[in-house]
Design a protein around this ligand. Sequence first.
Ligand SMILES: *Cc1c(COP(=O)(O)O)cnc(C)c1O
Length: 404
Amino acid sequence: MTLSFGRQFLAIPGPTTVPDEVLQAMHRPAIDIYAGELEGITESVRADMKRVFRSETADIYLYIANGHGAWEAALANTLSRGDKVLVLESGKFALGWGDMAIMMGAEVEVLPGKPQGSVDPSAVEARLRADAGHEIKAILVVQIDTASGVINDIAAIRGAIDAAGHPALFMVDGIASIGCVPFEMDAWGVDLALTGSQKGLMTPPGMSFVAAGPRAKAAAPTADMKTFYWDWDFREGELHYQKYCGTPPEHLLFGLRRALDMLLNEEGLETAWRRHALLAGATRVAIDVWGEGGVLSCRVPDPAERSDTVTTVSVGGGRDSAELRRFTQEVCGVTLGVGIGDLSENMFRVAHMGHVNAPMMLGALSTIDLGLKSLGWAHGSGAVEAAIAHLATATSVANDVAAE
Ligand SMILES: *Cc1c(COP(=O)(O)O)cnc(C)c1O
């Protein structure tokens, strides 16, 4: 029996659900790339991306690429072959960025994170203090690691760099976090930040964005890993097509323009952050209740380090996570994320990232609950009820009145 015919729910951490408004904005013929409307869209997107990154001082570069492209752009414009890079590990993604740096000619050192946890700022400070000769030129970290489900405290890591008095460039991957959780490029002293179109920005995959602050820009003239496509200099030329080093991705821009209107002007960035926090909180509450049965548990041990965009769930008790994912997908039409990273690990991921609201999240949680029952997995009862209670408290009219 299948109950899956109806709207499909994508609960994977990217690409995320694309709003109908964004899809509709993309459904139009191509337009001139040399003059007119598109130039205005480019300028408005660059201005609005500064609002998303929360930076007055950064320059925004637009790439027709996924997040990996933004990684390469960041490295190519700021580093030279042989430069030393410190990668702060907290899962899988910063390591991937570091592997890219190795292939491009950098020397990479990995600072391990806490087991299944975040970057420890005091370890960063100690490592940087030991680098008295300032050999380390850049520090790479992700804000949220999409594989482990961990969030790093970017402001605290900046504090550690400052405490060590170290001049390395501080570069942050916000692909799974920007637009969803607080990120403050200027206030946190981030030199370079990057993100992609297909997660918090609710747009199809295919564009990524680098925000280069003054110190990153100052490194560019002497950086020697540049190639033509990624080079910032060329992209600062006067002609519109130079901003993209070729034909602009018109339809992605139409979609992104609409998505930025939704995020910044209709919902508001801070409201979106709050929405993510609440839906993530409801998800974690449900997992804690299911966990009473001894099969499911939150994979990140420290509650303070669990991200508000993706929750990683460990499966034990002799059960196989693939079985639950198959049930939710094939019988119910809800796609959960597979575990990535250590392939032997028995886990799944639930995303609460981008264009998701209460019924979508409660629907996904209810479907997991249904799966546990249908498959006969031991679980605490009342998980969805507890998730609802969590949201009820946060949304109660009484709270609103009290807040006024
Ligand atoms: C998704 C993701 C990436 C990779 O982005 P792609 O668009 O798949 O290249 C990098 N870093 C983080 C934190 C991500 O979540």
